[in-house]
Design a protein around this ligand. Structure first.
Ligand code: ADP
Ligand code: MG
Length: 398
């Protein structure tokens, strides 16, 4: 086991019991989120892992070794740590900020330079930013640097305490994507504190739900949504999370319409137009001969380009949104709603077009989730739903 916490207790001087008999085992490569109300002991638990606090009783083992036997300074250098309120050092360049811990670890200069370059590349900023000062970067860029700084020394374990708490939703989302992507690519183990259930569901491989210093439930995001352990967990999840009310449906693949109407890039605009007309749709997805999703064309594109272009491939839009068939429905709902899409194509792991999810499908699911238990007539008044509203299969694309 990579990280083991056994019978951890923490009572602060003055008598406040912050953590009580906390037990958890974390495997290498896991992304564990601690979530709970304010004061539930999340920060206290996290700070005991790198010995910024010492426990009142109980043991923590890292790679089988009791951390109380490891020099705290050495231990902390093995563990990346990001806290919301400790930003970048204002009088150090980005390079020096990134290599803060490697410098403490006395890495040779060229190794540090290599590392700084790699890190700035990971956050998709130009290399010459390494010589700038934090104030010359936007807040969002500084945050991204803060994230990679936590990974710069190549530690296996990274602790993050509400790192994105104060950010606007868009920056927050892009940093979540960054963290998740880096974690998966670099194979690090994360312990991440949040009070945002959406964040936990998005990032975690396992979620630890805490209340008053106790663990209420430990499970995968899916497990928690399907089987909340008690009322506290149910309330934390919230009633609006669709999956909970209809647990048999979890992935896009299970609700999508199969055989969406599609054409190929080589087809002429005349043929595409006829196909739209025959199938009564106002757009067509475009796939190559192997069924790989390539783009989309709308009726207005055909109309506008009819005299200048000859084939579907000439005018199709290639930057379209799509989801994987194994994505969770709730994420897809979010995407569709956020971007105002009427529908979204679904691809498999080889990027082959396998289906389409329409707004109408989602209305059905939302309807079931919110009002499924209620009297039919009453529910009907609450949301538009039914034959009239729903377009025919695949009948309303893009
Ligand atoms: P969380 O991070 O989940 O919000 P904390 O771990 O910070 O919770 O705090 C857990 C409990 O311990 C809270 O009741 C808090 O007030 C208390 N606490 C935290 N730090 C101290 C401290 N230094 N001295 C006394 N009590 C503390
Ligand atoms: Mg805290």
């Amino acid at each position: 086991m990579f990280l083991t916490m056994e019978h951890l207790n923490k009572t602060y001087p003055g008598g406040k019991v912050a953590v009580e008999d906390f037990n958890l085992e974390i495997e290498k490569g896991e992304f564990v989120c601690f979530i709970g109300t304010s004061g539930s002991g999340k920060t206290t638990t996290m700070r005991m892992i790198n010995r910024m606090l010492s426990q009142t009783s109980g043991t923590i083992k890292l790679n089988g070794k009791d951390i109380s036997q490891i020099d705290p300074v050495k231990l902390r250098r093995q563990i990346g740590y990001v806290i919301q309120n400790i930003g970048l050092m204002p009088h150090m360049t980005i390079r020096d900020n990134i290599t803060l811990v490697p410098r403490l670890l006395k890495w040779p200069q060229d190794k540090m330079n290599e590392r700084a370059k790699k890190m700035i590349k990971l956050v998709e900023l130009p290399e010459d930013y390494l010589d700038r000062y934090p104030s010359e970067l936007s807040g969002g860029q500084q945050q991204r640097i803060g994230v990679v700084r936590a990974l710069a020394a190549d530690q296996d374990l990274v602790l993050m305490d509400e790192p994105f708490g104060a950010l606007d939703p868009i920056t927050r989302e892009s940093l979540q994507d960054l963290v998740k992507d880096l974690q998966e690519r670099l194979g690090k183990t994360f312990v991440f504190v949040t009070h945002d259930m959406d964040e936990a569901l998005k990032l975690a491989t396992r979620i630890v739900i805490m209340d008053g210093g106790d663990i209420m439930q430990v499970d995968t995001p899916d497990g928690i949504l399907r089987h909340p352990a008690n009322e506290f967990v149910e309330n934390l999840i919230g009633k609006d999370r669709l999956i909970q009310a209809r647990p048999s449906i979890t992935t896009v693949g299970q609700v999508m319409l199969k055989d969406p109407i599609a054409t190929t890039p080589g087809k002429s605009l005349t043929v595409a137009l006829r196909q739209m007309h025959d199938k009564r749709v106002d757009s067509l997805l475009v796939t190559d001969e192997a069924g790989i999703l390539k783009g989309v064309i709308g009726i207005e594109d055909v109309d506008y380009n009819f005299n200048s272009a000859t084939s579907v491939g000439d005018i199709m839009k290639t930057d379209l949104f799509y989801v994987q068939s194994n994505s969770l429905i709730r994420d897809t709902v979010e995407r569709i709603l956020k971007r105002g899409l009427k529908n979204i194509p679904v691809v498999d792991e080889q990027h082959r077009l396998v289906g389409i999810v329409t707004r109408a499908t989602l209305v059905d699911i939302v309807y079931d989730a919110l009002w499924g238990d209620e009297d039919e007539d009453e529910a009907e008044n609450n949301i538009h739903h039914g034959e009239d509203d729903a377009p025919a299969e695949g009948g309303e694309q893009a």
